[in-house]
Design a binder for this molecule. Structure first.
Ligand SMILES: [Zn+2]
Length: 231
């Protein structure tokens, strides 16, 4: 098991760890600050002992840091990781903006999002909306930016599975309930929004900057896909 350092501290840019195992061209560490691909957030990149990290993924319960070659890496030895901070920080801002936007959509329409994928420079989010109203998207951008400007502080806490499942409002993503998690990580944005979530977030909403909705498109009869970026 790899300890995920970013769950408690999303601002960790460098870290020291011990190498547990080498699997092909991938290194498994006892702890890591690299976010692995998942939950709609792309993985972190950077370096491990100065070697480029090409991808970080979870396979069979193991967090794999894939390198071009693992030559010089040995189990039991130390590794120093450095994140590509510009990339990670963008995804922190993006992820926080996604929660706020989904929160506004939920408060305004009662709709939950059905999928999302963060990207650089643009991200997308899907949600149900039978009656398309272009005015709504102008309002959405405005209201999301108002929340961001509110200087809200994000806080991380942990709750037991039993306690979390009693609060369905903690899951904004429709039909997705993570299995076999004994403890959930809860991300709250001031008193605006609370979500069970494993992603990386900024501490203060002001760090996000501004969201700009780029376009929307139809995905099936009821689903609407919305694209946005950060300024
Ligand atoms: Zn999230």
């Amino acid at each position: 098991m790899t300890e995920l350092l970013y769950l408690k501290d999303s601002y960790l840019k460098e870290f020291d760890a011990e190498i547990l195992e080498i699997i092909g061209n991938a290194v498994v560490l006892d702890k890591t600050a690299f976010y692995y691909q998942g939950g709609g957030q792309p993985c972190d990149l950077g370096t491990l002992n100065g070697k480029k990290v090409l991808e970080v993924v979870k396979r069979d319960g193991k967090i794999l840091h894939r390198l071009e070659s693992t030559e010089g890496f040995r189990a039991g030895e130390k590794a120093h990781g450095v994140l590509d901070w510009e990339r990670r920080y963008y995804f922190m801002r993006m992820h926080s903006s996604a929660h706020i936007m989904a929160g506004v959509i939920f408060k305004e329409t009662g709709k939950m999002i059905t999928g999302n994928q963060l990207g650089m420079p643009e991200s997308r989010m899907d949600f149900n909306m039978e009656n398309y109203n272009p005015e709504f998207f102008k309002e959405l951008e405005k209201k999301t930016n108002q929340v961001i400007e509110g200087n809200l502080v994000q806080e991380i806490s942990f709750k037991s599975r039993e306690e979390t499942l009693k609060m369905p409002e903690l899951f904004r993503l429709q039909d997705v309930l993570p299995k076999e998690i004994p403890e959930f990580r809860i991300v709250s944005i001031g008193d605006f929004d609370v979500q069970a979530d494993g992603g990386t977030h900024v501490k203060n909403t002001r760090e996000i900057g501004k969201v700009r909705i780029l376009r929307t498109e139809n995905k099936g009869a009821q689903n609407r896909r919305i694209y946005w970026t950060l300024e």
